[in-house]
Every structure is written in structure tokens, then in C-alpha cells.
Design a protein. Structure first.
Length: 205
């Protein structure tokens, strides 16, 4: 099978495979790279509308919202990043390649599932709309952000049982929508079979 052609982010509004994040009922959206409250301290999506996601992942987010409504009604899902065009991924890579944090960013040749509109960065809000304490912040590039180290961090007192429980609620809600987490970022989740995504879906430039 031939790989599908890439799409420019400017063209996805006219593409039936993409859904606006704001159209998903019950979901909060706070795209950090569209503002300055992010690891870089500046706008990374200047002039680019990134408030979109592929329809398969949109259905997964709707299922995650429904799971929370049933199992953790005091919590609300907030998306911090979703579609990240390849051009932005490459710009971030140019800035951080060769630094101690480079392993947090996918090299451009391989790219990120975010660039297919099939990954989200997300956390939970409490009933007052505040972000819950996950033990480390979004994009905090430290071992405390690594789900794979959670048991160890808990035993060392680096994370509290409440912080781990909140992370587990987030992961279970997203799992109900077909998303799986990764080892090094508690906030990152890929939707579906990532190798299938790379083979069959268009990359967004
Ligand atoms: Zn991510």
C-alpha cells in the first residue's frame, strides 16, 4: 500500500478526517504551544491553527470524557496539545537536538504521532477548574515525569499516593478511548496502533 500524501495544516479544515477539539462536548482545551505557558516560554504555533484532531482520536476523547463522567465525576479532561504539525516538530528539534532533553522530542525523520493528529497531551482539572497535582508539571523533563519510574518514585517519596492515583485516573480514562501512554511522559497518549498510524494516515506538515 502506498503511503498517503502529506497534508498541509492549512488544508485540514476542508478534510473530512479532522475534527475541531472545541466540538467535543465536555472536553476542556488549553493548547499550551499556542501561548507562552510552555517549556519554551514563547508561542510555538504562531499563525497556525492547531486546534484539530483526527476523527478516530476525537471519538476516543469523547469516550474518555464519558468514562470520567461515570467513574470520576469531579475530574474533567483538558487537552494541552494535540495536532502538532511536522514543521513545528522540526523547529523544536532544531532548538533542542544535542541537549540533555533531546530524547523527549521525536527526531524529524521518524516524527511524532502528534503530527498525524493521533496523539494528545492531557491532564485533569478539578471541580473548580484547576489543574490537579500530578507530581510534575506538563513538559517537566525530569524522571518524576516518567510513568515507568512511578513505583520507584512512590517508594522514595518523590511522588505521593494521591499524585499517582490522579495519573492513573487520567490513564484509565484515556485507555477507555483507545489511547495508550508512554514510559517517559505522564501527559502523553497515542491513539490506536502507532505503526498503523504511520503507515496509513497522512502526516500534517
Ligand atoms: Zn505528547
Amino acid at each position: 500500500m502506498r503511503a498517503p500524501a502529506a497534508l498541509r495544516v492549512e488544508d485540514i479544515a476542508a478534510d473530512g478526517d479532522f475534527v475541531r477539539l472545541a466540538s467535543i462536548p465536555g472536553l476542556a482545551v488549553d493548547l499550551r504551544y499556542a501561548g507562552t505557558n510552555n517549556f519554551a516560554g514563547r508561542v510555538l504555533y504562531g499563525g497556525i491553527d492547531c486546534a484539530w484532531i483526527r476523527r478516530e482520536a476525537a471519538a476516543g476523547l469523547a469516550a474518555a470524557v464519558a468514562w470520567l463522567a461515570e467513574h470520576a465525576p469531579a475530574r474533567r479532561l483538558v487537552v494541552l496539545d494535540a495536532l502538532r504539525p511536522q514543521r513545528v516538530q522540526e523547529a523544536i528539534w532544531r532548538e533542542f537536538a544535542g541537549t540533555a532533553v533531546e530524547h523527549y522530542f521525536a527526531p524529524p525523520q521518524r516524527g511524532s504521532i502528534h503530527s498525524f493528529g493521533m496523539a494528545v497531551d492531557a491532564t485533569l482539572l478539578d471541580a473548580a477548574g484547576r489543574e490537579v497535582d500530578m507530581g510534575s508539571g506538563f513538559d517537566e523533563m525530569s524522571l518524576r515525569s516518567h510513568p515507568a519510574r512511578q513505583a520507584e518514585l512512590l517508594a522514595q517519596g518523590e511522588l505521593t499516593p494521591a499524585q499517582v492515583a490522579e495519573r492513573e485516573t487520567l490513564a484509565r480514562a484515556l485507555a477507555a478511548g483507545g489511547f495508550a501512554g508512554i514510559d517517559i511522559e505522564w501527559w502523553h497518549f497515542d491513539c490506536g496502533d502507532v505503526e498503523g498510524v504511520r503507515r496509513e494516515f497522512a502526516r500534517i506538515l
